[in-house]
Design a protein around this ligand. Structure first.
Ligand SMILES: Cc1cc2nc3c(=O)[nH]c(=O)nc-3n(C[C@H](O)[C@H](O)[C@H](O)COP(=O)(O)O)c2cc1C
Length: 370
């Protein structure tokens, strides 16, 4: 399957399993490995099966079923160097990175990969990761205010000379980065993704990012976020694209897919999921309007720690393709997929699901005017 993108085709990303334990906190068999060799082969498989992006995860400490983790930016660079077309998004925490240091790393990574580096700014839910490192843990909306400055600063450093910036969190004095990252026909600088669902995340996405990444959501949940996000972007004379997480269980029959979901949840690692549930109270639930991540998640939802079951991409290739195209009609530009057995299932997705998505998209595109 070609990975050449046509402007109005929905795009696909996959979660890089650079953290042990797979994408579900369950003792079900997972033929997924967090190591280097597995991930290199997976990235190559993904770009040959219609995936345009890979998102690596950042976690610094053993926690909630993720005992081991490879660092996000360095691992992303390794994947970039082993692939030809895949764009790899590294997850980064403001508060642990200085934006200019990351801008420097990003410029080098972008040159080495010929313009395929991107970042996902994550504002944090895991208090221990900050306090164990002796860093202050800010209140939710303050974390996002810092992320907003971070996004502004890094874009400025990537695109302007003699940058001056006076923020509450960052101060830059007459700083010029050389070389800048590449300015390619596709984008002027490495793409900036903003992960998170809260009102603060929507504001940052609309004001500062190129992409907004949502946790798993049903149709109503997606519509509500897209409305808010677009309103913010329009108010700032901008546009922003929307990426949606979904855990994909595609099987030849719906029964097989549903049975797999049931087994994942039945075999949940309960203490790890419960511990995670406590820790993520620092995210959506700590805000006034409770629109953020995990605020309404049930135990079953949290077994996929980014609410990926809520997107319901579970069933036969036909059922999943139809649902993906329905999300696209609501304004989703990209699906971020997680899988149980990444290697086999990304191949299956590329072979069985993706061609159906493209067929449905083509049949729904208004006929070209001759
Ligand atoms: C697609 C996506 C990927 C994320 N990746 C990470 C990650 O790798 N590491 C991390 O600590 N948080 C990650 N987050 C979570 C954010 O750091 C943060 O906890 C979240 O945005 C807070 O949610 P809220 O704004 O809805 O309250 C991710 C969020 C999304 C939507």
């Amino acid at each position: 399957m070609s990975t050449d993108s046509i402007a109005d085709e929905i795009k696909f990303a996959y979660w890089v399993p650079n953290v042990s334990g797979g994408l579900v906190t369950s003792t079900i068999e997972q033929r997924t490995d967090w190591g280097y060799d597995y991930n290199i082969k997976l990235a190559q498989t993904a770009e040959n099966n219609g995936f345009e992006y890979a998102l690596s995860q950042v976690r610094y400490e053993a926690s909630y079923g993720a005992e081991y983790q490879h660092e996000s930016t360095s691992f992303s660079l390794a994947l970039l160097l082993a692939t030809q077309r895949l764009k790899v998004i590294a997850a980064v925490h403001p508060g642990l990175w200085h934006p200019a240091v990351l801008a420097k790393l990003g410029a080098t990574a972008d040159h080495l990969s010929k313009g395929r580096f991107a970042i996902n700014v994550v504002s944090g839910w895991f208090k221990d990761e900050f306090t164990h490192l002796g860093e202050p843990w800010l209140e939710h909306d303050e974390r996002y205010r810092r992320s907003g400055e971070f996004l502004e600063v890094i874009r400025k450093i990537w695109t302007e000379d003699n940058v001056d910036y006076r923020g509450d969190f960052y101060r830059i004095h007459d700083f010029t980065l050389k070389p800048k990252p590449l300015n390619t026909p596709e984008r002027p600088n490495p793409e900036l993704f903003q992960g998170g669902n809260s009102t603060a995340a929507r504001n940052n996405g609309g004001r500062f990012a190129d992409w907004y990444f949502s946790n798993g959501k049903d149709f109503d949940g997606v519509t509500e976020q897209i409305d808010d996000l677009r309103a913010v972007a329009q108010a700032h004379n901008r546009s922003v694209k929307f990426g949606l997480n979904g855990f994909i269980i595609a099987r030849d029959t719906e029964k097989e897919a549903r049975d797999t979901l049931r087994e994942i949840v039945e075999k949940a690692n309960r203490p790890a999921v419960e511990g995670f549930r406590d820790a993520v109270q620092q995210a959506g639930n700590s805000t006034g309007d409770k629109k953020g991540m995990w605020a309404d998640s049930k135990f079953e939802d949290l077994v996929q720690y980014n609410d990926g079951f809520k997107t319901q991409l579970i069933g036969t290739p036909e059922q999943i393709a139809e649902r993906i195209v329905a999300y696209k009609r609501l304004g989703v530009d990209l699906i971020l997929g997680g899988f149980l057995h990444f290697q086999e299932e990304i191949e299956y997705f590329g072979e069985k699901v993706l061609p159906l998505v493209r067929e449905l998209e083509a049949s729904q595109t208004p006929a070209a005017v001759l």
